[in-house]
Design a protein around this ligand. Structure first.
Ligand code: ZN
Length: 283
């Protein structure tokens, strides 16, 4: 039995048309569906940047639909920005009063539910945090009153004949994007297991110390950036670690101290070395 694929209309900035785009299926659908690891869909598989796809889906545009499927972008004017600012200030003022208890014990919670995304708000419930959070939303809502909201089919400024936005990699790592990104992909792809192992290790350290939270997107970025940095260190010091291990005089912590990298990085390199040995024996 054939299953009908769901489609939705998206705006193609090069063709200036609305085009049908099918929803992801199979592995991609699983990756993008909200699970415990919902953040995995958001990040590049190899670094802390967003995937091209999530950049596109997080940057809606406002378009005016014309005849025969054509469409054009509606520019954001100063007037729209001003009126969004005025609306934000008004709502934020109510929030400030709600914080002082003027509207009873539930109003703050209600307003947060209505206007905020808890992941983006990052547990900052102050007046300033609230205002900063709602202003871009008000701007988009003001902007969308002058047309229809749509999601672009491509990254802005990308080659019209270039590949579709990748759901796995960022612009710097998409092997189809450019020669440099292909080179970066090939270079970092070899260390993907170390990268993943380091992310887990850093998380378990952070959770033990209660220093970082899984739900905080900035912390998610931090952990990935740190893992990426350590992967780069492994890459450059892989041969040095190899030499020091072969000498057999220093233990892992001593090697880490000597090379100025974390013990986890050395242990990841040791693991990789052991895997290589097994593979060599098998072949
Ligand atoms: Zn990347």
């Amino acid at each position: 039995m054939s299953q009908r694929r769901k489609t939705q209309l998206a705006f193609d900035p090069h063709l200036e048309r609305m085009v049908a785009q099918s929803d992801p299926t199979g592995r991609m659908k699983a990756k993008l569906s909200g699970s415990f690891y919902a953040f995995d869909a958001y990040f590049c598989e190899l670094c802390e940047n967003q995937t091209e796809y999530s950049v596109v889906t997080n940057s809606p545009v406002v378009v005016k639909k014309l005849k025969r499927g054509n469409a054009k972008l509606v520019p954001l004017t100063d007037k729209m920005i001003e009126s969004a600012r005025a609306r934000s200030l008004k709502v934020a003022e109510r929030y400030r009063l709600a914080l002082s208890g003027k509207y009873g014990p539930y109003e703050v919670g209600k307003m947060l539910m209505r206007y905020c995304d808890s992941t983006e708000l990052r547990a900052d419930y102050s007046y300033e945090g609230f205002l900063e959070h709602i202003e871009p939303k008000m701007r988009l809502s003001e902007h969308s009153r002058h047309g229809d909201l749509a999601w672009p089919t491509r990254l802005s400024g990308s080659d019209p004949n270039g590949p579709k936005p990748s759901k796995l990699y960022c612009e710097n790592h998409n092997p189809r994007r450019s020669t440099e990104s292909r080179r970066a992909y090939q270079r970092d792809r070899r260390f993907i297991w170390e990268y993943r192992a380091l992310i887990e290790q850093i998380w378990s350290l952070c959770i033990n110390n209660l220093t970082r939270a899984h739900w905080d997107i900035e912390d998610q970025v931090y952990v990935r950036r740190e893992a990426y940095r350590q992967v780069q260190a492994i890459r450059s010091s892989a041969s040095m670690i190899h030499d020091l291990l072969s000498e057999g005089t220093l233990n892992q912590s001593e090697i880490a101290r000597k090379l100025g990298i974390s013990r986890q990085a050395v242990s990841a390199a040791v693991k990789k070395r052991a895997q290589k040995k097994v593979r060599r024996q098998e072949s």
